[in-house]
Ligand binder design. Structure first.
Ligand code: HH2
Length: 281
């Protein structure tokens, strides 16, 4: 079995897993600049693997509110050396995902050792990325976002956020299928914090089971995000570990399969305990 096939087999299992975040960026909202050097980035990735991450999501572009796109060349310059150095170090069933919306970046990442594509634009920034997924067979995350990172938090609005996100994800999965992507490759994501007000994020988190019922594995990214800081009047994202862990447990309960987090060990522990309880139902 190829690495990609092994990842697809893992995604079919109901047991949820942790995706550890590796931002190779100077400006990410909670860890910008920490992992710009290849050695530090690889060491951090290996630490996350030790703590229980089964996927490492590597990105060279921050998509925090107000951010500008990063040119493909620059994304490649940041992430390729890290993927090349990390891939041979990963023993067993641990996989690399590339966090990009550009097909050229994703293609180079797959060639360098990545097995998965995480596209926060769900194929709308560069539709070629869907064809690349079809051709390579790699799993692809299709995420909901209203607007673009630059403007998404200016005036997000929904009549019925859960229904609108659900409809969007259905439409994007159909677009992916039309491009030749197979059902078993698709992962969907409500895009917490991407063009959403606080109440929109909370509603989505309260109704994750509606998304998990669509039949695709659901990925959840709440780690250290601002809606929790706003609720708690906490401006330091690094002090949002406990609320992040709470959302992980609630996500497991509603059938979420992949948790994209900065703090692997505590989220993995919460996942494991929540899953053990859920298995008793
Ligand atoms: N959130 C971020 C980035 N990529 N991908 C998916 N699929 N889902 C998410 O919720 C998601 C994502 C934002 O978080 P982070 O990477 O920590 O910050 P930044 O975009 O500033 O690098």
């Amino acid at each position: 079995m190829s690495k990609i096939e092994r990842l697809i087999a893992r995604l079919k299992e109901p047991r949820p897993l942790i995706m550890g975040i590796l931002n190779v960026t100077p400006d990410s909202f909670s860890d910008g600049g920490e992992f710009l050097e290849v050695e530090r980035a690889v060491a951090h990735a290996l630490r996350m693997v030790e703590e229980g991450a089964e996927i490492i999501d590597i990105g060279g572009e921050s998509t925090r509110p107000g951010s500008d796109p990063v040119p493909e060349e620059e994304q490649l310059r940041r992430i390729l050396p890290v993927i090349r150095a990390l891939a041979p170090e990963l023993k067993g069933e641990v996989f690399i995902s590339v966090d990009t919306s550009r097909s050229r970046v994703a293609r180079a990442a797959l060639e360098a050792g990545a097995s998965m594509i995480n596209d926060v634009f769900a194929g709308r920034d560069d539709p070629e990325i869907l064809k690349l997924a079809a051709e390579s067979g790699a799993p692809i995350v299709l995420m909901h976002m209203q607007g673009t990172p630059k403007t998404m938090q200016e005036s997000p609005f929904y009549h019925d956020v859960v229904a609108e996100v659900e409809a969007f994800l259905k439409e994007r999965t159909e677009a992916a299928r039309r491009a030749g992507v197979r059902e078993k490759q698709i992962v969907i994501d409500p895009g917490i914090g991407f063009g959403k007000r606080r109440e929109d994020n909370l509603k989505l988190l309260a109704h994750l089971d509606r998304l998990t019922r669509l039949g695709y594995p659901v990925l959840l990214g709440t780690s250290r995000k601002r809606f929790m800081g706003a609720l708690l009047e906490e401006s330091d994202p690094k002090r949002l570990l406990a609320p992040t862990v709470a959302t992980t447990a609630l996500g497991v309960w509603q059938g979420v399969r992949i948790f994209r987090v900065h703090d692997v060990r505590p989220n993995r522990q919460a996942l494991q305990v929540a899953w053990a309880i859920l298995e008793q139902r």
